[in-house]
Design a binder for this molecule. Structure first.
Ligand code: NIG
Length: 396
């Protein structure tokens, strides 16, 4: 088995406190040894034996970002809706149907190409693993097609048939929920790991959301919930009660929501680029962390509420506006994302983990929030393979 060393790392961020200093597990002047796509060892710079070498040139290396909430497969855009919002219009769940119409009209190959281009953008942004949801077809065949396309991109695909009530079911939401829980779930379950529901006023209420989640669980899927995005509501506590891996958005959290999250295994996943683009208030991540809630950050890439693949932007917002410090934000975008996906093989650079690493064009990870909007990702490796390089890194 051939090996690779990322050598002359000025600062290695392992996100595994037992491997180095502080909460980020920092190791200075290191080499990361990779074998069979996994981290094999951490050595001193210049002292690692390996078949090939990538010279980090004193840069900082971090674990690849784990983006635990994306809607990567869709057609069309909603720039006009965004402009209207910036002029004062509110974000409404119903906008999803604009993208449903465009996605239904697109061919499988068109959708595949669009999603692949967005995956390419993710790699430029240092995202080495992502979750991908369906939810822009809302028919049995259409959702099955989106789930199959998601499965081409990730082993963390999510069935989100309960994203909106489609126009042909207007006024018959319960009938649509029955379809989601029956024939649609049966057509999708084979290609995904998760089921999700948009539990919100204007989308699905508590009973409908519970029905979808229980049906998904009965089909062997793990649970995720879009919760408390546009106002206080039952989503977060439902997620905790049913043992969901993650409650996503969490923009509005009551004391009871915080207590439920802190007392459960459910991760609160914040999506600050969404609050930015919809002019919602930002969630109070500081309050959640101080209450003992485990947190993650994700991009929520989608054409309506968050058309970005920049995890760095999310980290900058989290530090600037959510009350996280730089270390907490980086952990939330790496190990936190992995936890939100119930995985321990990604999100850290520890022996045995998948060798998903990002070489930063910076000496330390706090530059991510400090230099917003700059391309600080010099190289992205997934499973030890170089998938993006901004320029030439030395190799031998
Ligand atoms: O997570 N909130 C529901 N779903 C997406 C938005 C989808 C859309 O507006 O197209 C979200 O923000």
């Amino acid at each position: 088995m051939s090996s690779l060393a990322i050598d002359r790392i000025g600062l290695l961020v392992t996100c595994e406190p037992s491997l180095g200093d502080g909460p980020l597990g920092l190791v200075r002047d290191a080499a990361l040894v990779i074998e069979g796509g996994r981290v094999a060892a951490i050595e001193r710079a210049g002292h690692a034996a390996a078949d090939a070498r990538l010279d980090a040139g004193g840069r900082c290396v971090i674990p690849g970002f784990v983006d635990s909430h994306t809607h990567l497969v869709f057609a069309g855009d909603r720039a006009a809706e965004f402009s209207a919002r910036m002029a004062g219009a509110p974000y409404e769940a119903g906008g999803i149907l604009t993208t449903v119409a465009a996605t239904r009209a697109a061919s499988r190959d068109e959708l595949r190409a669009l999603a692949a281009a967005r995956r390419g953008q993710q790699l430029r942004a240092g995202i080495t693993h992502c979750e991908v949801k369906s939810g822009y077809a809302l028919t049995v065949d259409g959702e099955a097609r989106l789930c199959a396309l998601a499965a081409e991109l990730t082993d963390d695909g999510t069935f989100l048939g309960a994203h909106a009530v489609p126009p042909e079911f207007l006024g018959r939401a319960d009938e649509y929920v029955a379809l989601v829980c029956g024939e649609m779930l049966a057509a999708c379950r084979g290609s995904v790991r998760w089921v999700d529901v948009f539990c919100e006023r204007g989308a699905f209420d508590e009973d409908q959301s519970r029905a979808v989640l229980e049906a998904g669980r009965g089909a062997g899927l793990g649970l995720r919930v879009h919760a408390n995005q546009l106002g206080f509501g039952p989503g977060v506590q439902l997620a905790c009660e049913l043992g969901a891996a993650s409650a996503d958005h969490c923009t509005y959290l009551s004391d009871a929501d915080l207590a439920a999250l802190a007392g459960s295994g459910t991760v609160a996943t914040f999506l600050p680029a969404t609050d930015f683009a919809t002019r919602q208030r930002y969630p109070d991540a500081r309050r959640a962390i101080d209450a003992g809630v485990r947190v993650a950050l994700a991009t929520n890439t989608n054409p309506g509420s968050s058309y970005t693949t920049s995890m760095s932007f999310c980290i900058a917002l989290a530090v600037r506006d959510l009350g996280m410090n730089a270390d907490e934000a980086l952990l939330a975008a790496t190990a936190g994302g992995a936890r939100a996906l119930a995985r321990d093989d990604i999100g850290r650079l520890a022996p045995g983990c998948r060798a998903d690493a990002v070489v930063l064009d910076a000496p330390a990870p706090d530059h991510i929030a400090y230099r917003p909007g700059m391309q600080l990702v010099a190289a992205t490796l997934v499973g030890g393979e170089l998938r993006f390089a901004a320029g030439a890194l030395g190799s031998a």
